[in-house]
Each structure stands twice: as C-alpha cells, then as structure tokens.
Design a protein around this ligand. Structure first.
Ligand code: FE
Ligand code: FE
Ligand code: ZN
Length: 279
C-alpha cells in the first residue's frame, strides 16, 4: 500500500487542498509553502487548518509534503542569499507546526563555485540554525539530478549533510525518480541495486517520501526535465516495480509531472492500481 497524490496549488488554503486531492483520487499531496520564487507566505487561518486536520483524519490522508521555494539556496555564495534561505526555512517550519506530523522538503542547494565541501558545510549550518528540539515536522533533503553546481546528486552528499546536523532525528530524504535517474542511478534495470546503495550510504529508514516523475532525458544526463509517467526514459513498467517495491510501502508518492487535473487523476489511479504489495 502506498499513498499517492500530486503537487497542487496552495492558493485556496489547506481544506481546499484536501478536497482537491480527494477529487483527483489521491490521499496525499505536495504544495509550495509560498510563491515558488520566494516572497511572503499567506497567513495561517486557524479554522482552515482545523477543517483540514479533521478531513485528513476522517479520509485517512497520508502525510503531506510541503515544498520549500525552489529558488531558496541556503548554500549560496552571497550572505544575503543564505540568510534569506535560512529565514524562509525557519518561517516555513514555524507555520508547519500548525499541521504536525508532516514533511518539509527542500533542494539542498547550489554551491555556485564554492565547492561541494563548502556547500555541504553551509547547508548543515543552516539546518543547525533552524531546527528546533520538539519540532513535529520532519525536514527532507531532496535527491537532485546533479545539474550545474547542485548538491545532492550523490547519496554520499546527502549522507554528509545528515552527519553534520545536530538534530538529525528531525531529518529524512525525499527521493525524486527523475532526479536520481538523471544523476545516474539506474532505477529501470537495477531498482534493487539502487535501493541497496541508498540503504548502504544513507539508510532506508531515512527515506520518507518519493517524487514520481518520468524523465525527458537518458540515464546520467544531469538535466532535470520531468515527463509524464510513460512518456520519458523511465517508463511505466519501471514505475510499476517502484510502487510495488516492499521497501517503499506506506510512503507518500507525489507526482510532479507536467500535467493537468485529468492527467494527474489518471496517474494517481495508475500508481494505486500498479501497487501489488498489500501491507
Ligand atoms: Fe523539488
Ligand atoms: Fe522533485
Ligand atoms: Zn525536478
């Protein structure tokens, strides 16, 4: 059994997101905590949050995965960029305490010429600055395609970040299928091998969510261009094996495919029906 859903707009608030994902046949979703290009977040409305929490309980929604703005770069070269990133993260985490028990996923960042070592040091530093004891949201590092100076294209890099975070019990990883494929991990012909490698380097207990995207580019291309399921190099057969893999049961599977509502509803139905593993 898996939870399946898509990335949806947060414009109408939490209860609207819950309703929306139900209408698409899903039982989890992802959303941007604020405009993806940064900027101010909408205020939390208590009644909206209560309505959502009731709905989530009654409808058996799985954990949801908030996504940090993708422009946030806590390891940028300029101090303003880094402190803006850390402030955004701290504010997002504060707001997510209204909906405890969910995930906050972010792109580790781009070291922009400072080198991987320095990038990793800065990312861990930002996390040590914003993570709080007793915080009820688990922060997820996303696996990246390794495009440009992106950090997180290798499992070892994520491991190094986790090793340097003091409250690392509040941390996990979100595996993006398009990104790991583009990074060179062959989830099509060797899914078991890739998951074994993930387990050896990071530990499968850290894996809390997946982004399910096909890729417009071949293995190891370091491009990061998402495709609809079955319309890229990964292909539907591989996605059937992924959703049915025993090590991935019970996790939220989030679509970030270039699609519309009808398309996402179809993809959610596909993921649900393709999962042959019953827990
Ligand atoms: Fe992402
Ligand atoms: Fe992603
Ligand atoms: Zn991507």
């Amino acid at each position: 059994m898996i939870y399946a859903g898509s990335h949806i707009s947060s414009a109408g608030g939490y209860a609207a997101m819950g309703k929306k994902i139900r209408s698409l046949g899903g039982d989890t979703f992802a959303f941007f905590t604020r405009n993806p290009r940064g900027g101010r977040a909408k205020p939390i409305v208590r009644e909206d949050v209560e309505l959502f929490l009731d709905m989530a309980r009654e409808d058996g929604l799985g954990p949801v995965v908030a996504h940090a703005p993708y422009t946030m770069n806590v390891c940028g070269a300029r101090e303003e960029v880094r402190s803006f990133g850390a402030e955004t993260m701290a504010d997002d985490l504060k707001r997510l305490e209204y909906t405890p028990g969910n995930y906050y996923n972010f792109h580790p960042g781009c070291h922009v010429g400072q080198g991987k070592e320095e990038g990793i040091r800065l990312i861990a530093g930002a996390l040590n600055q914003v993570l709080r004891e007793g915080q009820r949201t688990v922060v997820l590092l996303e696996t990246m395609a390794g495009k440009g100076s992106e950090i997180g294209g290798r499992f070892e890099e994520l491991r190094e970040i986790l090793d340097r975070v003091e409250l690392s019990g509040r941390m996990g990883v979100c595996l993006d299928t398009c990104h790991v494929w583009d990074a060179g991990y062959d989830i099509v012909s060797d899914l078991d091998g890739v998951l074994a490698e993930f387990d050896r380097v990071i530990g499968l207990s850290r894996l809390k969510a997946l982004h399910v995207n096909d890729s417009k580019n071949p293995l190891g291309s370091h491009k990061d261009r998402h495709a609809r399921l079955g319309e890229g190099y990964i292909g539907k057969e591989a996605f059937k094996r992924i959703v049915s893999h025993p090590a991935l049961q019970g996790l939220p599977f989030i679509l970030e495919t270039p699609n519309d509502d009808a398309g996402w509803a179809e993809e959610i139905a596909f993921l649900k029906s393709a999962c042959t593993e019953v827990v």
